[in-house]
Design a binder for this molecule. Structure first.
Ligand code: AMO
Length: 424
């Protein structure tokens, strides 16, 4: 007999179900087992001396196999299928569980985050936590689907070991590579640009490492970025692509993750867009009495933008060149083709028009005390008909936490890496 998932169970069917024991309700002559698989939880009714005897030592999170008949019902328990139950005809133990270090079946018990993360492999069995990662999975799929089907882009993969910094020298993790010193990648910036100058539209989901010392609720030392790069265009074209991809993600979530959004009590709206120059934002912040930052937006300014423009992706463009990396195109008058995207009060992405002219690149590297020799291959790649190009990087975890209104970024990472945590 083939296995049926909980979400597919229909009244009247004889089925085989596999899963974990989420909860046991023992009523002496009768027992209810709530069985959880990856699609949901079903109430199973155990009756009769033989089955009662067989299950008498079963504990929470044991994995089991159940044969039985589905019948209509009216079950009232959080996260459990309300419309049916499974009358057990036979049950087999697959594997036992040891005493649980965290409680899985009561979502109202507040276990400290660090304890939960120490036991993340169990923590993810909670319906509320599983919902977060179901949603993150859809976000990643939606990114790929949009890029391939709606935007004619190709997916690429890039090296994680690099020889020189792409995002500023202070945030690098050093590693030993035979007898050389190398770094873990801070971004795939240089590679995606080289690719776009030959293959036009490229995207990836890339892991980045940032040796930032501050332990905040919005920074990780290992994070994932959605990266996009397009040739023959400027920053405004790729801002439009970013807006469309985020809007597509939200539409997909509303369609595919209804149950997960309900479990998390999240109401999500397809975001609108707003375009402001950096100077306009400075003016706005002055009026609001918020200190903004001269070359960069500080967190207060980002928060204020979130308040002023709720459910909106605010593109702040014409950014001062002094606040952008060497690969961003200067525009004159101290401005650049760089931008940040702010959503729900936080930076979700930054990007811009790139420098595709070797002489300007060399100058900008020198101005930032970087040695053009360390970037020779990258600079040389623009000597063969490199077109104007632009792109962006958007944080997967930032986006997920903001979609879901989650405060601490660690909640949306399966196995977070921060300053103190490298296990599990
Ligand atoms: P940037 O460094 O701004 O730009 O990163 C882009 C986006 O990635 C996310 N992000 C992070 N999320 C959590 N923890 C971190 N430590 C972290 N660092 C970055 C943020 C951020 O907006 N190469 C450029 C992008 C480009 O121009 O294409 C870059 O990496 O959401």
């Amino acid at each position: 007999m083939e296995r049926t998932f909980v979400s597919d169970l229909k009244a009247g069917e004889e089925v085989l179900v596999k899963g974990w024991i989420y909860e046991i309700r023992d009523l002496a002559k009768l027992k209810f087992l709530l069985i959880r698989d990856m699609t949901g939880i079903v109430q199973c009714v155990v009756k009769g001396d033989e089955l009662m005897e067989k299950t008498k030592d079963f504990g929470l999170e044991y994995s089991v196999l159940i044969k039985g008949k589905v019948k209509e019902s009216n079950v009232k328990a959080e996260f459990v299928r309300p419309d049916i139950e499974l009358v057990v005809e036979d049950i087999e133990l697959i594997n036992k569980a040891e005493r649980l270090p965290i409680q899985i079946n009561d979502n109202n018990v507040e276990t400290e985050l660090s304890t939960r993360l120490d036991n993340r492999f169990l923590d993810i069995r909670k319906p509320k936590i599983q919902a977060i990662f179901n949603i993150e999975s859809t976000i990643m799929q939606a990114f790929r689907e949009f890029m391939v089907k709606e935007n004619r882009a190709m997916e690429a993969v890039f090296p994680s070991i690099i020889g020189a910094s792409s995002e500023g020298g202070t945030e690098l993790f050093k590693a030993k590579y035979f007898d050389r010193e190398v770094f873990l990648s801070q971004s795939c910036q240089l590679y995606k640009q080289m690719l776009a100058c030959s293959l036009e539209r490229v995207f990836t989901i890339f892991t980045v490492w940032r040796a930032e010392k501050h332990n905040t609720i919005r920074h990780l030392n290992e994070a994932r970025q959605f990266d996009y790069e397009e040739a023959f265009c400027d920053e405004f074209k790729v801002m439009e692509v970013l807006a469309k991809v985020v809007q597509f993600m939200v539409k997909e979530l509303l369609e595919k993750n209804k149950k997960d959004l309900e479990i998390l009590n999240v109401e999500l709206k397809v975001p609108e867009t707003k375009y402001l120059t950096f100077e306009e934002v400075r003016g706005l912040m002055y009026k609001e009495g918020v200190f903004c930052g001269e070359h960069d937006l500080n967190t207060d300014a980002e928060k204020k933008l979130g308040e002023l423009y709720p459910d909106t992706i605010v593109f702040v463009h014409d950014w001062p060149i002094a606040g952008k990396p060497f690969y961003i195109m200067p525009k004159g008058e101290g401005l650049s083709g760089g931008f940040d995207a702010i959503y729900k009060g936080m930076e979700i992405a930054s990007g811009g028009q790139r420098v595709h002219i070797p002489e300007i690149l060399e100058k900008q590297l020198q101005e930032r005390d970087l040695d053009p020799k360390d970037f020779k291959d990258y600079i040389d790649s623009f000597r063969y008909g490199a077109p104007p190009h632009a792109g962006w990087g958007m944080g997967l975890e930032r986006l997920t936490m903001l979609f879901l209104g989650i405060q601490n970024i660690r909640e949306v990472v399966l196995f977070p890496r921060d300053r103190t945590r490298i296990t599990p």
